[in-house]
Design a protein around this ligand. Structure first.
Ligand code: HEC
Length: 269
């Protein structure tokens, strides 16, 4: 099996991985597409926690509800953190009320805070901004009504972005909906270059992997010195090795809502 230099970037800690251009990724947890070349985003499954995270929590709430100093300890800065600090967790302001009571939107403090309902402590959320639209609030309500599921979100990368098109080193970022395990990483990711109609497995010197926040996998790669027509990134190929999440469950690579299945992203030149 190939060896790759696996350089783990633990939550918020940048280590010397030569990551180069990571700008734009961390502020909202959403990948940016600096130069308009990457894109190819796959939208999260409707009604899922992944979608709430992408549409509401990351872009709006995580401006404040982030890190160790998040108000009331409520962290909404990653899907895993949102789940862990919302579902079946008591409100800090009203400990007898759950933030999210699965199946019971009316009893969920989260929804009350979004609606600015009577009887809440503090302000309506998002604090100091215009309230969420009725559609957004209905999204939250539906998810809670459905039992606030953690699963069924499709664990394939929810988006892909490419950076550093001009520079020597390029970075492809895959954002997963669940935190993945670093142990399975190096075996479960392959990079191929397309050359003269053939698919050539990249050598270990041609790329390196780094993981940030458990959910963002960055593939740092270099173009080979021979002409190529495409670079291909493969994750979770059942014929090679599967990628595990932090609970040691196999990821759903092809978004069919069952474990396993291959995820592929290709960049043509
Ligand atoms: C500008 C900063 C800011 C933003 C943006 C913000 N919050 Fe808050 N949030 C706070 C502060 C400060 C508190 C505690 C004081 C209060 O409730 O007014 C709080 C409290 C809460 C509480 C109560 C927690 C508990 O345990 O009692 C919930 C729920 C909440 N926010 C959800 C959200 C959601 C969901 C969003 C995004 C739609 C959001 N907040 C956006 C600052 C913010």
């Amino acid at each position: 099996m190939k060896r790759v230099s696996l350089c783990l970037l633990l939550a918020g800690l940048l280590t010397g991985c030569g990551a180069g251009s990571g700008e734009g990724l961390d502020e909202q947890g959403l990948p940016s597409d600096d130069n308009g070349t990457g894109g190819n985003d796959t939208p999260p499954v409707p009604g899922s926690l992944a979608q709430l995270q992408a549409d509401i929590f990351s872009p709006i709430c995580a401006q404040c509800h982030t890190g160790g100093a998040a108000p009331e300890g409520l962290r909404l800065d990653s899907e895993q953190n949102s789940y862990d600090s919302l579902v079946n967790q008591p409100s800090g302001q009203q400990p007898s009320v759950l933030r999210v009571a699965p199946g019971d939107p009316e009893a969920s403090y989260l929804l009350r805070k979004l609606e600015g309902a009577d009887g809440i402590d503090g302000g309506q959320m998002p604090l100091g901004m215009s309230p969420l639209s009725a559609t957004r609030i209905a999204q939250v309500r539906d998810w809670i009504e459905n039992g606030a599921p953690r699963e069924g979100v499709g664990d394939a990368p929810t988006s892909v972005s490419l950076q550093g098109h001009q520079s020597e080193q390029r970075v492809v970022t895959l954002r997963f909906s669940r935190a993945i395990s670093s142990e399975s990483l190096s075996d479960a990711v392959q990079v191929y270059f397309h050359r003269d109609g053939q698919r050539v497995l990249a050598s270990p010197e041609q790329y390196a992997l780094s993981l940030q926040d458990g959910q963002q996998l960055r593939i740092h790669w270099y173009l080979p010195d021979y002409p190529v027509t495409a670079a291909e990134f493969v994750v979770n190929d059942p014929a090679v090795a599967t990628l595990l999440d932090q609970q040691h469950r196999v990821l759903d690579g092809d978004r069919d809502r069952t474990e396993g299945g291959l995820f592929r992203h290709e960049i043509s030149f």
